[in-house]
Design a protein around this ligand. Sequence first.
Ligand SMILES: Cc1ncc(COP(=O)(O)O)c(C=O)c1O
Length: 484
Amino acid sequence: MEKLLFEISREGKKAIAFPPCDVEEISPQEVIEKDYLREDLELIEVSQLDVVRHFTRLSQLNFSIDTNFYPLGSCTMKYNPRVNENVASLEGFTELHPFQDEETVQGILEAAYLLKEYLKELGGFADVSLQPAAGAHGELLGLLLIAAYHRDRGNDKKDIVLIPDSAHGTNPASAAIAGFKVLTVKSDKNGELDWEDFKKKLNDRVAALMITNPNTLGIFERNIKRLAEALHEVDALLYMDGANFNALVGRMRPGDWGVDVMHFNLHKTFSTPHGGGGPGSGPVGVSERLKPYLPVPQIEFDGTKYYLNWNIPKSVGKVLTFYGHVGIWLRALAYILAYGKEIFKVADHAILNARYLRKKLEGFFADPYKHVPCMHEFVLSATNLKKYGVKALDVAKRMLDYGVHPPTMYFPLIVPEALMIEPTETESKETLDYFAQVCKQIVNEAKTNPQLLKEAPHKTPVRRIKEAEANRRPILKYQPKEVK
Ligand SMILES: Cc1ncc(COP(=O)(O)O)c(C=O)c1O
């Protein structure tokens, strides 16, 4: 177990040498008497080297995309190019304050406006709001826009959102928070939305269908245009969860299919930091139908200057403080500009890598949708290892011993013992081959020594935890053995 800095601390150690004092000195006693200092405050006393080693060691305890292959399906853990970081840390951006006058922040407004225009173009939308803080936040905004649209038309019957059974959990959660009832639509044998079930459930009360394309099985929903038409006939709208837009970017535009609203997960498609690596960003693109309800302010250009447009009378209001997650916007813009007209290569290589890997893994696990080509990810099932007493969880834990982050497990819910694999476009053939070799090895171990998998991981700083106990009785506070 790693020690805390408090435990490493030794009296008298210093990390910094101060220059000679050039102001009047006062004694520590005087400082205490003046209430500037608390006598009982136990400060850490460590050398600079102690600090560097401590934090470097901590940084190595975790898995990261910079150190290991991370094929976490649906999460798109792709490399974050350093040029993005360089752009986002330019002083001209980092030294700004959100309360500055518009005239003094023209550069950052121009960058935001550019990003908005690129997203409009790539998604085929009438407009885009950059405000939401993450994909799920974008979903909520999208649903609030849909609610505002129906309210504005005096249509208060619209209280149902249809959601496929393969959907990400945030979809029904967002619909419920926005005040809708959720009705689940089945998937068919090809992993697509079941057209018959959809038609059966479509009626005047339906406010929208919320569908992911490619869906969470990594399968393209071929009926997407037909779905939009059927929905529009009953004045219902089409929400597309754009989490998997990385499989489409530069090749297809959801707006052209009749999609009314979609969130972009900038961290997935446009390589900005993800999860613990920083805040997300979930811009929302809309068709003309929903444009009047976008949040204020919208970033606009009047031909000479960039400005914040607060004059949107039917706006749903503001959904985030200040401008939004500007640092993330800059990283995404850098990624888009770096690819330029070749941005379609993101989608092409993501799909190529997924199809290559799926082929390499043939025969190791069950593949319930084997007959359907995958897009940027695919979902296998560890049910074939059940006879050895091995579960998807055991496979995943063993992968850690081989220096690979496990795929997403047990999602989507319609696949038992699911292993959802997304290699992303940034991985090399060598890495994919290594992963296939690891899977082969693990399947052999499952057959010959299943206990090895059931006790895995063996080589990580934290070994197998009791999942249920960790959830029910989490230890959230560090338990020091010895604090000075
Ligand atoms: C299909 C899908 N929809 C929505 C989300 C939510 O996005 P975020 O994590 O940015 O809130 C995710 C996240 O993994 C997702 O995979």
